[in-house]
Structures are given as structure tokens and as C-alpha cells.
Ligand binder design. Structure first.
Ligand code: HMG
Ligand code: MG
Length: 296
């Protein structure tokens, strides 16, 4: 059944900015504070990964230190290993996220290890975070296709989601990393995963490379999906998924949800202003169609 409220998990400052030209720490902080003022309550603020792999995220500790934190907002961070977790704890992240892949090819390129090795790495990480009361999110990439391995068996997607969920992550975010899936396929994938992970613990994380993200989300909303990841101004992509464009733009998602009578708690004009400001800092027009329409 379609929900009357959707929780938006904003990934622009991380998934977006990790794949844009280097943005100053000050502009990142401004973006996160603007998102907070627009009513966004879950913001992926940075990433504690190797700076050799993703130099754009090397200042995540300074970003966490500089933001004007609000109690109602959860500021989260990506953590691939214990070193990342420890850095996220020091920075004061409210929540962390591990990221696995449903495909071997992407796992190797993205985190330099196999899917099984990554899961073995996550066990102590999730244990430590949970012991400290830090919620852990789990991403599964390439759920609708992989840039290296092509089609991915649904059984493999379900298997990796099931393992991560049993490790103790509170939510699984299902990534269409290269925006390759279409609506029926997305729906079938979510149905399959929900045989192992409760629908309330699933989130959609669809990149919009082929313009399918909104349609795919709409196809899954009726299944009862209540959390969706998106990126303000449609920022970003993934450095290890060539050709992947940004996540669905948050402005376009909010416009659709509000039109369907679904509450998000987000002020759309304020959100669009946040997107316009960061787009200007990067030097490109906003990737959100709704923001362009609002600016005329
Ligand atoms: P590695 O080279 O195999 O790691 O990289 P290592 O353990 O052998 O260490 C090598 C060096 O990295 C050492 O430094 C470590 O200290 C350092 P050195 O001794 O050479 O000076 N290192 C670190 N530095 C900072 N923070 C850390 C860290 N760990 C090791 N946490 C590693 C393995 C996982 C670290 C690397 O491959 C990496 O950082 N990968 C991250 C790639 C990434 O961030 N990709 C984008 C995010 S995922 C994504 O966008 C998909 C998602 O949006 C969902 C979707 O769309 O599908 C989530
Ligand atoms: Mg992503």
C-alpha cells in the first residue's frame, strides 16, 4: 500500500559531491546547513574512505566539525572499514553506512575486495557501531545491473541483502548504481528482497542515468516503500561506475511525492535554493528539472 509519508535520505553532499569537481569545505557546509533549513532530516554528510580513492571526500571531518547541527537531523557517513568507522566516530557522525555490492566486478573496483571479503570486514564494524548505539545503514549496489558484470541474478541481490540485514544493519538501501533498470524490473527486485528484509527496512537508491528513476520509484511505492535516497540538484554519480549520473534529484522526487499527497516534511522552494547554490558553486546548472522550472 502506498505510504502517506516518505522519509527522504539526502545523499547529495556525499554521493553527489564525491563525483563532482572538488568543492570547498565551506560550500559543503553551506549545502548541508541549507538542506537542514529546508526540512531534510537525514543527510549523508561525508565519507570516511581512502582519500587516494575519493579525494573529494578527504575533508569530511572538517565538514562534520563545521555544520550547524540540529537535533532533528541525522548526519551520517559512509564507512568501508574499521578505519573509516573510527574516523566517523571521532567526527561525531550520528549514523554510519557500510556498502556492499550484488556484483563481484563492482565490489573489486569500488572497494578493492570481493563481496565475501567485504562482508567479513563489516562484521566487526557493525558490531562495534551497534554496541556504541550508532545505527548502521547498508547499501547494496548494482541491484539492477552492473557496469562490469552485466545482468545480476535476483538470487544474488537477495542473498547479499539478507546477509547484511542479519549482520545488524537497520536499513538496506537498494542501489541502481548505473540507473539501468526499468519499472517492472525494479518492482520485481524489491518484491524479491522483501521476502528476506521487511519492506519498512528497505530504501531505494536509484541513479537517474537513463531518466527512469522516478518511474521506477513510483512502481515500488505501491509495495509500501517508505524511504527514498536522492541527491539535491541531481548532483553526482559514482567514480567506479563509469557513465553513472547522479541520483534522482531530490527536488523532482519531492515534487512528485507532494503531488501524490505524500508528505516529506520538506519545503520545496528552500530545497531548490539549496540546490541552486551548490550548482552555482560547482559552475553548472541544477540537474533538477523542478528547480529549473521554479527559477523561471
Ligand atoms: P585498499 O587500498 O584495499 O585499503 O582500499 P588498505 O586497507 O590496503 O589500505 C591502503 C591505504 O588506504 C592505507 O594507507 C590505509 O591507511 C588507507 P597508506 O598506508 O597506503 O598510506 N585507508 C584509509 N584511509 C582513510 N579512510 C579509510 C581507509 N581505509 C584504508 N577508511 C578501501 C580499500 C575500501 C579503503 C578503498 O577501496 C576505498 O576507500 N574505497 C572507497 C570507494 C568509494 O568511496 N566509492 C564511492 C562510494 S560507494 C557508492 O557511491 C555507491 C553507493 O552510492 C550505492 C550505489 O549507488 O550503488 C553507496
Ligand atoms: Mg549511489
Amino acid at each position: 500500500m502506498r505510504p502517506d509519508r516518505v522519509s527522504i535520505f539526502e545523499v547529495g553532499p556525499r554521493d553527489g559531491l564525491q563525483n563532482e569537481v572538488q568543492v570547498s569545505t565551506k560550500d559543503k557546509i553551506r549545502l548541508i546547513d541549507d538542506l537542514t533549513l529546508a526540512g531534510v532530516t537525514r543527510i549523508e554528510t561525508g565519507s570516511f574512505v581512502s582519500p587516494k580513492w575519493v579525494p573529494q571526500m578527504a575533508d569530511s571531518d572538517a565538514v562534520f566539525a563545521g555544520i550547524n547541527r540540529q537535533a532533528q537531523v541525522r548526519y551520517s557517513a559512509l564507512t568501508p572499514n574499521m578505519q573509516g568507522l573510527d574516523a566517523a566516530i571521532t567526527a561525531g557522525a550520528d549514523e554510519v553506512a557500510v556498502f556492499a555490492s550484488a556484483s563481484e566486478g563492482f565490489s573489486q573496483r569500488n572497494i578493492n575486495c570481493s563481496v565475501e571479503e567485504s562482508i567479513a570486514r563489516f562484521i566487526p564494524l557493525v558490531d562495534k557501531a551497534n554496541t556504541l548505539g550508532l545505527p548502521v545503514r547498508g547499501y547494496v549496489s548494482c541491484t539492477l545491473g552492473c557496469p562490469y558484470d552485466g545482468d545480476i541474478a535476483l538470487t544474488e541481490v537477495v542473498r547479499v541483502c539478507d546477509i547484511l540485514y542479519r549482520l545488524g544493519v537497520y536499513e538496506i538501501s537498494l542501489g541502481d548504481t548505473i540507473g539501468i533498470g526499468t519499472a517492472d524490473q525494479a518492482r520485481r527486485m524489491v518484491e524479491a528482497v522483501s521476502s528476506k528484509v521487511p519492506m519498512e527496512q528497505l530504501a531505494l537508491h536509484f541513479h537517474d542515468t537513463r531518466g527512469q528513476a522516478l518511474a521506477n520509484i513510483l512502481a515500488c511505492l505501491d509495495l509500501g516503500i517508505g524511504t527514498i535516497d536522492s541527491s539535491v540538484a541531481g548532483l553526482g554519480g559514482c567514480p567506479y561506475a563509469k557513465g553513472a549520473s547522479g541520483n534522482l534529484a531530490t527536488e523532482d522526487l519531492v515534487y512528485m511525492l507532494h503531488g501524490l499527497g505524500i508528505d516529506t516534511g520538506i519545503n520545496l522552494p528552500a530545497l531548490a535554493r539549496a540546490g541552486d547554490t551548490i550548482s552555482a558553486a560547482i559552475g553548472k546548472p541544477s540537474g533538477a528539472k523542478t528547480a529549473l522550472a521554479l527559477s523561471h
